[in-house]
Write a protein that binds this ligand. Structure first.
Ligand code: SF4
Length: 347
């Protein structure tokens, strides 16, 4: 007989770990789908195999990454169920992931879907009526098993058809996490992330910036390019003119990130004489021909690089800056920009 197969929605948080494990421990092959977008966990795409190995080692789960960036960027334009406190469209986000998981079911010969939702745990997306809406709008009616709260709900086809044993599912509800922690301990799971999560759309500052981007911060924002959106979360950000988007790394880790995220039209700026930020001017190659005064643009950009660079006593405040335009590289000395100007352009 073929082994029973289920697809799990795996955020990496404790509830989703437990939900997948509860079903897997009943002998079902659970493929845990970890969805990524520019707003959460996108960097995992650079280390797919290592991540899958670590989830297998930590939780005994078979995890696969699913990139839903393109659909997600469109979703944010006008989510049917609106936004939460910040720019987080939690209900539509869950619907999108469930819909994608449902589409993937035939590929894995899966019979049902598993989520870690717990009744009443989150005010917006885990109320009983909302859970029903999510199930209905994702086209997953009858396909969805929520093992952590299953005993508080009507039996699902996965239970009535004997694919899982309802007696070995749970009846958790509410915001407390005591029962989940006890179950984790029973399963020998001791290491798991805190519930705060890593979704940028719930971070007040980042969400405000992303919303601004969607509302026309830059004209090229309308293209909703994944690379542009990912840059919104890096470093200190400045808007020095209509489409002049300049980003400064705040430490070496961010400098490296910026360098990796450089696009073909981006310029890089960096001091040559002492440590400091890497600056990335987005889409500069496309815009520079239209600038009325390139020298003034460079004075401001390089001035920011020097302003946020390491201060060294007894050295003149100005410094040499390398400007990498892709096709050419120039070196020039610049003075630091005044603090008032630097603040004026912050976004
Ligand atoms: S917090 Fe972010 S990832 Fe989680 S459901 Fe809401 S929008 Fe989606």
């Amino acid at each position: 007989m073929n082994k029973r197969v289920a697809l799990g929605l795996f955020s990496g948080g404790l509830d989703s770990i437990l939900a997948c494990r509860v079903v897997a421990d009943q002998g079902v092959r659970v493929i845990a789908l970890k969805f990524v977008t520019p707003f959460f966990d996108h960097e995992l795409l650079d280390r797919r195999e290592e991540y899958a190995r670590s989830m297998q080692a930590k939780y005994g789960l078979e995890v696969e990454l699913v990139d839903v960036s393109e659909g997600y960027l469109r979703l944010l334009e006008n989510p049917v169920h609106g936004f939460g406190k910040h720019f987080n469209p939690c209900i539509d986000c869950k619907i999108l992931m469930l819909r994608r998981a449902r589409e993937l079911m035939p590929m894995y010969s899966a019979s049902f879907l598993v989520t870690g939702e717990v009744l009443g745990q989150r005010p917006m997306s885990q109320r009983r009526d909302t859970l029903r809406v999510i199930e209905r709008d994702s086209g997953c009616s009858g396909l969805l098993l929520r093992p952590l709260s299953a005993k508080l709900m009507a039996p699902t086809p996965a239970e009535t058809e004997g694919l899982v044993d309802r007696e070995r599912l749970y009846g958790f509800s509410g915001r407390g996490r005591r029962q989940q922690k006890l179950l984790a301990a029973e399963m020998g799971i001791t290491e798991y992330p805190t519930p705060a999560g890593g979704c940028m759309l719930t971070d007040p500052n980042l969400a405000a910036r992303i919303k601004h981007f969607y509302n026309g911060l830059f004209s090229f924002g309308e293209a909703r390019a994944v690379g542009d959106v990912r840059l919104l979360s890096v470093g200190r950000q400045f808007k020095l003119g209509d489409d002049l988007w300049f980003i400064l790394g705040r430490d070496e880790r961010e400098n490296i990130r910026l360098e990796k995220m450089r696009g073909p039209d981006d310029w890089l700026l960096r001091m040559t004489v002492r440590p400091g930020p890497l600056g990335l001017l987005r889409h500069a190659g496309l815009q520079a021909p239209g600038w009325p005064d390139e020298a003034e643009v460079l004075r401001r950009l390089a001035g920011l690089v020097v302003r946020y660079g390491k201060k060294v006593a007894d050295e003149p405040p100005e410094a040499e800056v390398m400007i990498d335009k892709g096709a050419s590289i120039v070196h020039q000395r610049f003075a630091p920009l005044a603090d008032d100007d630097a603040q004026l352009w912050r976004i």
